[in-house]
Design a protein around this ligand. Structure first.
Ligand code: GLP
Length: 279
């Protein structure tokens, strides 16, 4: 797993990275580039920059297939805070992606476990996910996999943690009672099956979750640590999100920053001793 720390706009960094990946892949109708996509505040700039690249003819979405990672249960699809609305507003209505190439979990389905199983099937039929872009919750959740989620979990209905309801109430007039308590989410294993992962994290409110990466091994109490199990995972962070990192990873990061203080970003692989638990 790689940690990339930058003072640049994370959204611009991520969009530029994704653009390069798509160009290198050379997607066609027969071989589309399959992406997993996130929602949330952190990735708004990511979508803004993807839209900009499209407008400037630097990115073509014709042969991109997308699978969103999660959706609230209990909001009508056209509710302004549904992730379906979010994706329409922030990306789908503004680029040339064919609507049939976009997939979101349908939380209005009569049989939610069946909807989840069909979503997994659709991902498989698309040939798996080439690049999963994600965000991180303050409590370390990835998608809506809350602390305690199994690392072998697949797409399923979940109950949201009180901390997530509190954090996301800012999108619901700061009223926790308006935030859905249930959601559908891809599982941690669904995410780990993607060929590459790029997760974005910013701000001091997430520093405690990022600090878990500096501890040895992984923990289901912090789903973010599952990224350590992936051979091509990158966590893109700003310095504030890394403020509480300790141990060898802190030292490596400080060394990188001191060696090249003006670098646009600092990139390091997680030290071996943080990847595995030592007995
Ligand atoms: C929600 C989403 C997550 C996302 C998280 C971070 O809870 N379900 O997929 O990673 O928000 O959101 P933000 O960037 O707004 O902090």
């Amino acid at each position: 797993m790689r940690l990339v720390v930058t003072k640049m706009n994370l959204g611009l960094w991520a969009a530029a990275y994704v653009k390069e990946k798509i160009h290198a892949f050379r997607p066609t109708a027969e071989k589309p580039f399959v992406m997993g996509l996130p929602t949330g505040g952190t990735v708004m700039d990511f979508y803004a920059n993807l839209r900009l690249f499209y407008k400037e003819h630097l990115l073509d979405f014709r042969h991109i297939v997308t699978f969103n990672m999660d959706e609230y249960v209990g909001l009508p699809a056209d509710h302004p805070q549904s992730y379906r609305s979010y994706m329409r507003q922030n990306l789908f209505s503004q680029v040339n992606i064919p609507p049939e190439n976009t997939h979101l979990l349908n939380s209005q389905a009569a049989n939610l476990p069946l909807e989840c199983a069909q979503y997994e099937k659709a991902i498989r039929q698309a040939g798996g996910i080439d690049l999963f872009v994600g965000g991180v919750g303050r409590n370390g959740h990835i998608a809506f996999n809350e602390p305690g989620s199994s690392f072998t979990s697949r797409t399923r209905p979940v109950r949201l943690a009180p901390a997530t309801i509190q954090a996301n109430s800012r999108f619901f007039l700061n009223d926790v009672h308006r935030v859905p308590t249930l959601a559908l989410t891809v599982g941690i294993d669904t995410i780990l099956q993607a060929r590459e992962l790029l997760f974005l994290v910013s701000g001091s409110a997430k520093a405690e979750a990022v600090a878990q990466l500096g501890r040895p091994g992984v923990s289901e109490n912090c789903p973010l640590t599952a990224l350590k199990w992936h051979p091509h995972a990158t966590l893109l962070a700003d310095p504030a999100a890394c403020a509480l990192l300790k141990g060898p990873i802190r030292k490596n990061l400080d060394d990188c920053m001191q060696a090249q203080p003006d670098a646009p970003h600092w990139m390091l692989h997680l030290p071996k001793e943080t990847l595995w638990t030592t007995f």
